[in-house]
Write a protein that binds this ligand. Structure first.
Ligand code: NAP
Length: 247
């Protein structure tokens, strides 16, 4: 088991939902966390405050991670603040759901940019620092939709499946170095992203989940901590946290 106390992590999209839960869980275990957000600074500062009140260390860092220059600055800021980087959690994501006939080029590009190109931007900026760690971790928050597809989600499914292919390939390249690369594939988790789904569709989704409920952001955060602490021999994998919806 890796002693994670004193390690440094970046959580992209760490200001709300799953990312906020991940940031809090890592900080509660002694990891210093850069909490990235794009537009909502108040939400990010609230997470920082909560972490500090609980005795942890964190700071809020604005960056649109779909922009490679901003991703580089985010990594530099973290190195300037904490002196190193051990863990990168690529969590920032958006949806622009529409059936394929209605999807616009903008819907397509923005979802690929924020969900997938951000993973390249952040990983390439962070890699040399992570490789200096004796337990480097890249953890990509993909989705069940990248595995099973989703109605009205060609853009999102393509991005999330792309994250899985990226995870496996980079894991192969880094396996000998002690840095692991894994994906977590959440099912339907109760965050603003899922709260935006119309009520009747939400009810239909829950009825299909063998566990008969949405997941909690904290349940994804536990998976991230597990991969950081106990995951030394786990690389290139998809950790499904989905209440049995996809096996
Ligand atoms: P959420 O509540 O909508 O939060 C999204 C987070 O991403 C926010 O912190 C947001 O910051 C940030 N973000 C968005 N665009 C960004 C950008 N360009 N640069 C930097 N940060 C950006 O989403 P969530 O439900 O927690 O989802 C988190 C991740 O899990 C996403 O990748 C999502 O695809 C994945 N996921 C979610 C579910 C689910 O059921 N909720 C299921 C499977 C996978 P601002 O508010 O500042 O924009």
């Amino acid at each position: 088991m890796v002693n994670v106390n004193g390690r440094v992590a970046i959580v992209t999209g760490g200001s709300r939902g799953i990312g906020a839960a991940i940031a809090k869980e890592l900080a509660a275990n002694g990891i210093k966390v850069a909490i990235n957000y794009n537009s909502n600074s108040e939400a990010a500062e609230a997470v920082v405050q909560e972490i500090e009140q609980a005795g942890g260390e964190a700071f809020a860092a604005q960056a649109n991670v779909s922009d490679s220059a901003q991703a580089r600055v985010l990594v530099e800021e973290t190195i300037n603040k904490y002196g190193k980087l051990d863990i990168l959690v690529n969590n920032a994501g958006i949806t622009r759901d529409r059936t394929f006939r209605k999807i616009t080029e903008e819907d397509w590009k923005s979802v690929i940019d924020v969900n997938l190109n951000s993973v390249y931007n952040m990983s390439t900026a962070a890699l040399s620092h992570i490789q200096e760690s004796d337990a480097g971790r890249i953890i990509n928050i993909s989705s069940i939709i990248g595995q099973a597809g989703g109605f009205g989600q060609t853009n999102y499914a393509a991005a999330k499946a792309g994250m899985i292919g990226f995870t496996k390939s980079l894991a192969l390249e880094l396996a000998k170095t002690g840095t692991t690369v894994n994906a977590i594939c959440p099912g339907f988790i109760d965050t603003e992203m899922v709260q935006a789904i119309p009520d009747e569709i939400r009810a239909q989704i829950v009825a299909k989940v063998p566990a008969r409920r949405f997941g909690l952001p904290e349940e994804i955060a536990c998976g991230v901590l597990y991969l950081c602490q106990d995951g030394e021999y786990i690389t290139g994998q998809q950790l499904n946290i989905n209440g049995g919806l996809y096996m």
